[in-house]
Design a protein around this ligand. Structure first.
Ligand SMILES: Nc1ncnc2c1ncn2[C@@H]1O[C@H](COP(=O)(O)OP(=O)(O)O)[C@@H](O)[C@H]1O
Ligand SMILES: O=P(O)(O)OC[C@H](O)CO
Length: 495
């Protein structure tokens, strides 16, 4: 009997469940869009119980679609939007507040006060992260300080904290497992990435009771079994990784120096830096790529908060086109944006600027600017932001980067991928399986289930679908990118 792997990919815009065969071929996909809530300027929330009920329903739907019974699944893998913070009641399982999403900026002033008080170096040296509302610690502190009785209950051990992986795991196991993996822990700003443990100094700084926190395991581990009755048999959960690290695994970037960029709601470029953490001189993050059998591989990461979300805004907010795929047709028929730049700093700017107070803008408008130029500028902004990251990464690297592996919802846009190759001036490679995020945790499950014994075996399954090489003239490239730098300068407020 062939065994399959069920991957849960709980992303910012949608939840997907994909069943893979052991060769990494997707057999079936069940997907549902997530409800987004923006209660105030800079606030972004999700409903944790929608996250859970949708995930469970999609797991059941995927099994049904594939005509599979639970016994055919060797293991479940969970990959998730990272940093998003959930606190729930240990007894009832009810979240005490909506999930505060990674994009949420409500703690910007508190973060600024920490920077002014001189905590940046301490936080960076322990966690590899820059102080920013992006990470979980200040969101968790906000919940404890703002939800009535939360802090008292947390101190009594009545509440649990988790990123989305932990919350899903806890629910899948019927409250038996309160675990996370090292990649998700590394994004909380509470985890010491060198010692691989929750850091007491940081818990004190952010005033977080340790009783709230999950136990941190390797990415491939025995995370528990699904609760009786949930499926027709109990299924083990054998892999967990944050979605960007999972995509790195799905892209088989296992050698030091390999880089991938995932284009979903945001864009995240990650470079495998091997077994030693590298501290960036250019405000990139040092993070955990994966931890297997107790051995940590580190990474440098550039995080852009708004990539595909720009396309959603152009479509749903401005109603400039009806379908996401129209963006590509519009850009294809637009020879030039004629100096129009869209800076999508809707929730501030991430790497390498880290300006939580910056806000979006469109520059260079003239009387003949139309929908075409604005839509094309929106797509181009994703490539310019990637270029910001690439240049930062180049400066931090001993060797120049020559190839970028791409994936995520936006990577199917051929026009965008060609413009990306042009602006970055490197080769852009798109794999056959675009669902690399879900694939990454599927590979983790196969490792834990002993289907594969090594990362090399997994890497042999990666295959190229299409390669994009730069064709633009160098002076044109420089001129376009310089225009972007000027536009960004005009939206930055903090620096
Ligand atoms: N053809 C396309 N051109 C441009 N953007 C696209 C295209 N298809 C999807 N997107 C964008 O990709 C994002 C969805 O990618 P996905 O990887 O599913 O995101 P997430 O994991 O963040 O939920 C959406 O923001 C959508 O606007
Ligand atoms: O949901 P995505 O794919 O945009 O990824 C979100 C990231 O994990 C946030 O750090």
């Amino acid at each position: 009997m062939v065994s399959y792997i069920l991957s849960i990919d709980q992303g910012t815009t949608s939840t997907r469940v994909i069943i893979f065969d052991p060769l990494g071929h997707p057999i079936t996909t069940a997907q549902k869009t997530m409800e987004q809530s923006f209660p105030k300027d800079g606030w972004v929330e999700h409903d944790p119980h929608e996250i859970w009920s949708t995930t469970l329903a999609l797991c059941q739907q995927a099994l049904k679609q594939a005509h599979l019974k639970g016994e055919s699944i060797i293991g479940i893998g969970i990959t998730n939007q990272r940093e998003t913070t959930i606190v729930w009641d240990k007894l009832t399982g009810k979240a005490i507040y909506p999930a505060i999403v990674w994009q949420d900026r409500r703690t910007a002033d508190y973060c600024q006060s920490l920077k002014e008080a001189g905590y940046e170096q301490q936080v960076l040296s322990k966690t590899g992260l820059l102080i920013d509302p992006y990470f979980s610690a200040t969101k968790l502190r906000w919940i404890l300080d703002n939800v009535p009785n939360a802090r008292t209950k947390a101190c009594k051990g009545e509440l649990l904290f988790g990123t989305v992986d932990s919350f899903l795991l806890w629910n899948l196991t019927g409250g038996q497992s309160h675990y996370t993996d090292a990649t998700n822990a590394a994004r909380t700003m509470l985890f010491n990435i060198h010692e691989q443990s929750w850091d007491n100094d940081l818990l004190a700084l952010f005033d977080i009771p340790e009783a709230l926190l999950p136990t941190v395991l390797d990415c491939a581990a025995e995370f528990g079994h699904t609760q009786n009755g949930m499926f027709d048999c109990q299924i083990p959960i054998l892999g967990i990784a944050g979605d960007q690290q999972s995509a790195l695994i799905g892209q088989a970037c296992f050698n030091e120096g390999m880089v991938k960029s995932t284009y979903g709601t945001g864009c995240f470029m990650i470079k495998n830096t091997g077994t030693e953490p590298v501290i960036s001189k250019n405000r990139l993050l040092t993070t955990i790529a994966y931890r297997l059998q107790g051995k940590t591989t580190y990474a440098l990461e550039g995080s852009i908060f708004v990539a595909g979300a720009t396309v959603q805004w152009l479509r749903d907010g401005l109603k400039l086109f009806a379908n996401t795929s129209d963006a590509e047709l519009i850009a294809e028929s637009t020879p030039d944006t004629r100096g129009v730049y869209l800076v999508p700093a809707f929730t501030g700017l991430g790497a390498p600027y880290w300006d939580p107070k910056a806000r979006g803008a469109i520059f260079g408008l003239t009387r003949d600017t139309g929908i075409q130029e604005i839509v094309t500028a929106g797509l181009e902004s994703v490539c310019y932001q990637t270029c910001d990251l690439l240049l930062a990464m180049q400066e931090d690297s001993a060797s120049p980067l020559t190839t970028l592996r791409v994936d995520g919802g936006m990577a199917i846009n051929n026009w965008l991928m060609q413009f990306l190759a042009d602006i970055l001036n490197i080769t852009v490679e798109r794999p056959v399986t675009n669902e690399t995020t879900a694939l990454g945790v599927a590979w983790l499950v196969t490792l834990q289930a002993n289907i594969y014994q090594s990362l090399d075996e997994i890497a042999s399954h990666w295959s190229l679908q299409r390669c994009f090489t730069p064709v633009i003239a160098e002076d044109k490239r420089q001129q376009l990118y310089n225009g972007w730098l000027k536009a960004v300068e005009r939206v930055c407020l903090t620096q």
